[in-house]
Write a protein that binds this ligand. Sequence first.
Ligand SMILES: Nc1nc2c(ncn2[C@@H]2O[C@H](COP(=O)(O)OP(=O)(O)OP(=O)(O)O)[C@@H](O)[C@H]2O)c(=O)[nH]1
Length: 589
Amino acid sequence: MGLLLGGHTMLTLKVGQKFWLGSAVILVGLLVLSSELLFQQWQRWRNLELSRLDLADFHSAMLAFNAVSAERGPANNRLTAAGRQTESQLQLDQSRRETNLAFDQLEVGLREQSYRFGLAEQFQYARHNLTVARARVDEVATINPGQRQPMTIQSAIDAMFGVINVLRPPINELQTAILQRNPHLTQAILTARVMTELRDYYGRLGSALIVPLNSGSAIDQQRQWTLFHLKGRISQLTEQVDVLIKPYQGGSQRYGINREQLRNGLQTALAMVDKLMTEGLLAGRYSMTAREFTDTYVPNLNMLERYRDRVMLLSQRDVVAATEVALGHLVTSAVLSVVVTVILLLVLWRLNSAVLLPLLRARNELLALASGELKEPPAIPRSYRGEIRQLYVALDILRQELKIRAREEEERAAFNVMLKVQAETDPLTGLFNRRTLEIAGRRLADYTMDDRVGLILLDIDCFKRVNDDHGHLAGDEVLKEVARRLRQRVPASMTLARYGGEEFAILCDDAGKDTLLKLADVLRLVIASVPIDLLKDVSLTVTASAGVAMKRADLRTWHDLFAEADRALYQAKAKGRNCVVIAELEQTV
Ligand SMILES: Nc1nc2c(ncn2[C@@H]2O[C@H](COP(=O)(O)OP(=O)(O)OP(=O)(O)O)[C@@H](O)[C@H]2O)c(=O)[nH]1
């Protein structure tokens, strides 16, 4: 892979680097994907967890709202009770305790959710209003029942209504916040809210009759108007409840909501109100006391509270179940992410150790083989299996094959050297043979005008007699010793050869006539001056004659030069041997 850097510089990555770069890209991609997945699932789980808290808080708010509504019943009784003051007070105290408990629970829930601190203050303010309204009720209750004025009682009832009015804004705010965060809770929240409101309006409707019932007075115009207004609102809310509870009845048996039963209860309560309203409009003579009315009227409304609580609790249970499923998904995804990452790492590690590294090692071995490095590598690791092992076995076979070929090559080269030596040298003396002399002679002498090319032919005198007197082996020894002495004296730049039985030649490419003559005479002297030791303590003195020829214009070829030197040698023999003759001068040194 080549990366273009700065437009000119190419950065080339090795296979191993590419592999790890690719692996890193895959790993990072996997981590990003699994993080994204985990984050989404964590968010879903977290939202459901918050939904559960939201539902619980809203339920607490509804209970508090409802408790204030419900407290109005005992409060009304306390305000209107004539003979049963103590019992009414006990009932009111009980109701107030329940309301306090509902507010306490609401405050705890609100404290746990920091974003509702502002709401908590508003609920506290509503509670403060409740305390003030209760004080008002208690104040009226201290007045002798016979002396309580309808206006005074109504002012206490209105004070209790006022609490609901202060409680409504924070509940609306809480409801809006929860629905914004949890649109899926709309059905449950609205159902609970509308049922609570309906319960409150029924309470208001009943409360509106308390003063006339208590005082036995007719229902005046303003109260009539209030009662009609409340009934209208109740009619609207009843229709809404009817629609909202549909999903919770019929097929959804576990909610156990019976629409007919609820409708009947509410209609019974309304029928009671209608009857009393008619009585109140006619003459103010009522068929029941305020107390009897409250005790008969309120139980018809309990179903609203029961069904609302059931909707709330079962919705919370649904959210809890969904939270558990979401948590299960989150944990499963986390485990799967870890498992997939570990598997990927293992696969990459295995790919690296079982494929990539062996292939790179095989490549190195192949390169070594190609460059002639035949040294045995370390043994094939056991972890190399299958095709990789076969590759290494094939490499091994190739290495052995190349070794055999290298050995054969060496032998052939040695054989060639030997053949060359044999072809170029004389086996007895080790000097160059006639063939080599002629090749060198032709190369130097053929068609050259160089007069520094010269040739000495040197022949042992009367050698036949050596053979005849001392035997052929002794003759060979003499030849070897003469050759040894010649080799010592002839410069390496000249070609020294044995070109016949007892005949030697020295070919020179850069020497003057005098030098050559001097050399020929030195050679003659080293042969003759020292006796040659033969077998059985016999030594022998031999002499040699030499003919010298220098290249001249008329000696065009090697053959001409050789013939000229041979002619000089012949002359030296003729002159009595043990002397040197140069061809052109034919003079004896
Ligand atoms: N021992 C031995 N003798 C050889 C060898 N080659 C040739 N000869 C002998 O060398 C002798 C040469 O003798 P001739 O050619 O008659 O010459 P010469 O006896 O040296 O006499 P002049 O050359 O006239 O001085 C022969 O007897 C050959 O057999 C060899 O390799 N070994």
